[in-house]
Design a binder for this molecule. Structure first.
Ligand code: ADE
Ligand code: ZN
Length: 336
């Protein structure tokens, strides 16, 4: 995909990025070799060609399968550094990174192994690339709430490294209410709250209503099905609850990018943002997702800059950093 100089240079913020979803086939092979694991493929190209998911469940199967090569703290460090190096070329300025501890602790990899590797990469990326980042710990909604609660308790010694909690994995049959007690405890511990409300899931709109009114999330990951209920749209505009939309990801798990919905919701005053979700699997990092919006939505540079401003607004970055990022975007647009 050809990315315009404007999109490439625009200072950007990413709020919906699963670090395990940045595992490119080349690194998969490297880590497999280092850890003495045999992959059922001969080349990275073969791995790429095997990606033919068409819904959330089939994607998740491939996604969890791929993680098996992540074993040591160094592996998690390498994973995150590869991501930072890639998006440093796309002028990513700040990122809130999802990680899935249960996808690793369930395989016998310790919580400390995962988070210490990620943390080391975050510190180095700030120095090397000038990218500031934070971690959001996600619970896997297709597992039991007791396991999520145990993970929450396990995270507490690392609380100063984790900004908030999220909910991901297979939403089918796993409504947000299943995790109400876990999220109430997370909030009491000082974590900020977000949850996935994936695209076109049976019960999407009920799930969105629950996360707003019962869970009390600060933002919603995906969530564009909210257009089906104008009352709820009004509520999130009033409360400043934003949506983290992922255009390229949407094409793999449902139909189309939903860019028209992004435009509609923006026109209604919703703070929508553009994100990449699982770039190594869906084939697009932050800049490719912005470009997809530009190409398909035929929107102006001002509109793209507004999407970047929205991400700053609904991010959980410190106020000083937010002011700095808004300034960078304004200055960039003024000179474009
Ligand atoms: N885990 C990684 N990517 C996800 C997505 N898009 N939805 C739910 N769980 C995920
Ligand atoms: Zn996601």
């Amino acid at each position: 995909m050809e990315i315009s100089p404007f999109v490439m240079g625009l200072p950007k913020v990413e709020l919906h990025l699963h670090i395990e979803g940045t595992l490119e086939p080349e690194l998969k092979f490297e880590l497999a070799q280092r850890n003495g694991i045999t992959l059922p493929f001969d080349t990275p190209e073969q791995v790429r060609e095997s990606y033919d998911f068409d819904d959330l469940t089939s994607f998740l199967h491939t996604y969890y399968d791929g993680m098996n090569v992540l074993r040591t703290s160094e592996d998690f460090y390498d994973l995150a550094m590869a991501y930072f190096a890639k998006v440093a070329t796309q002028n990513l300025r700040y990122v809130e990174i999802f990680f899935d501890p249960q996808a690793h602790t369930s395989r016998g990899i310790s919580f400390d192994t995962v988070i210490s590797g990620l943390r080391r990469a975050q510190i180095e990326a700030e120095q090397k690339f000038g990218i500031t980042s934070a971690l959001i710990m996600c619970f896997l909604r297709d597992l039991q709430p007791e396991y999520a609660m145990a993970t929450l308790l396990e995270s507490l010694p690392y609380k100063h490294w984790i900004l908030g909690v999220g909910l991901d994995s297979d939403e089918n049959g796993n409504p947000p209410s299943k995790f109400a007690a876990v999220f109430a405890r997370a909030k009491a511990e000082g974590y900020l709250l977000t949850m996935h409300c994936d695209i076109d899931i049976p019960g999407s709109i009920d799930h969105i209503e629950t996360v707003i009114h019962e869970i009390g999330v600060a933002r919603i990951d995906h969530g564009t099905n909210i257009v089906e209920n104008p009352e709820l749209v009004k509520t999130i505009v009033e409360r400043g609850i934003g949506l983290t939309s992922c255009p390229i990801s949407n094409t793999w798990v449902s139909e189309g990018t939903k860019v028209e919905l992004v435009k509609q919701l923006m026109a209604e005053g919703v703070k929508v943002t553009i994100n990449s979700d699982d770039p190594a699997y869906f084939g697009g990092y932050i800049a490719e997702n912005f470009q997809r919006v530009a190409d398909e939505g035929q929107v102006s540079d001002e509109f793209l800059a507004q999407l970047a401003h929205n991400a700053v607004d609904i991010s959980w970055a410190p106020a000083v950093l937010k002011a700095e990022l808004h300034g960078e975007i304004d200055q960039y647009l003024a000179q474009a």
